[in-house]
Design a protein. Structure first.
Length: 216
C-alpha cells in the first residue's frame, strides 16, 4: 500500500476519533476545517492558488470553498477525504501521490494529534519514514533558506541519513537537528514547539533557529 494511502486511512480514523470540534495546531482550524482543507487541496483546482499565494481575492475564494465543504455533515466530509481525490486528479497515480501527499498527510495528522492533551508521537513504519526523509532532503532547503544559522539534519532510527539544509552565514555557526524523519520534517514545516528532536549547537544559534519563522 502506498504511504499516502496508509496515511489517508490514519488521518480519517484519527479525525473521526477526535471529532469535528477538536483543536488542531493549525489555529484557528478545528478538525472539521482541517479535513475540509485536505479535500480542497486535492479536488478543487480553482481554490489551490489561494492556498499558496498571499493574494486577498484568491484567499477569499479558497476560504469560501473550504467553508462550504466544512458545512457538510462531518461523517460525509471524512468519507469524501478517505475516498481520495477524483480519478482525474494527478495524485490519484501512486507514482505522484506518494511523494506529493506523504509529508502533507503526516504533518496534518500530527497537527491533530499533538494539539490534544497528553499526546504521544505517532509511530510510522520504515517506508513512510523513508519517504519523509526524501522529502526533507529536497524541500528542507526551501524552508530553511532564510534561517539565521546553518542547519544540518540527521535522521535517526530505522532510517538514517545526514543532509545540510542551510550553509552557515559568514561568521555564524550551525545547528545540528537529530531525530526521526517525522520529527525533522515537522520542525522544517514550522512545528518547532512539538517536534521531538535534539538540537546541537551554541545556545545563541539554537535560540536564533527556534525564533526563525518557516512556512507551515
Amino acid at each position: 500500500m502506498p504511504t499516502d494511502t496508509a496515511l489517508r486511512h490514519l488521518v480519517a480514523a484519527t479525525a473521526t476519533a477526535l471529532g469535528p470540534e477538536a483543536p488542531t495546531l493549525c489555529t484557528p482550524w478545528d478538525v472539521r476545517e482541517l479535513v475540509a482543507h485536505l479535500v480542497v487541496r486535492e479536488s478543487r483546482p480553482d481554490a489551490l492558488p489561494g492556498i499558496g499565494l498571499d493574494v486577498p481575492a484568491l484567499k477569499r475564494h479558497t476560504a469560501g470553498v473550504q467553508a462550504s465543504l466544512a458545512a457538510l455533515p462531518f461523517e460525509e466530509l471524512v468519507a469524501r477525504f478517505a475516498s481520495g481525490p477524483p480519478r482525474w486528479w494527478p495524485t490519484r497515480l501512486p507514482a505522484i501521490g506518494e511523494p506529493a501527499n506523504t509529508a502533507e498527510l503526516a504533518i496534518h495528522h500530527e497537527d491533530m494529534v499533538r494539539a490534544q492533551p497528553g499526546w504521544a508521537p505517532t509511530e510510522l513504519d520504515r517506508r513512510t519514514q523513508l519517504v519523509l526523509w526524501r522529502t526533507l532532503t529536497t524541500v528542507g532547503r526551501l524552508h530553511y533558506r532564510s534561517a539565521p544559522v546553518g542547519v544540518v539534519a540527521v535522521a535517526e532510527g530505522e532510517v538514517h541519513g545526514r543532509v545540510a539544509l542551510r550553509g552557515p552565514r559568514p561568521g555564524g555557526g550551525t545547528v545540528v537537528l537529530r531525530g526521526t524523519p517525522l520529527e525533522l520534517i515537522l520542525h522544517a514545516f514550522g512545528r518547532t514547539g512539538v517536534a521531538r528532536l535534539r538540537a546541537e549547537g551554541t545556545d545563541a544559534d539554537i535560540e536564533a533557529l527556534t525564533g526563525h519563522t518557516r512556512a507551515a
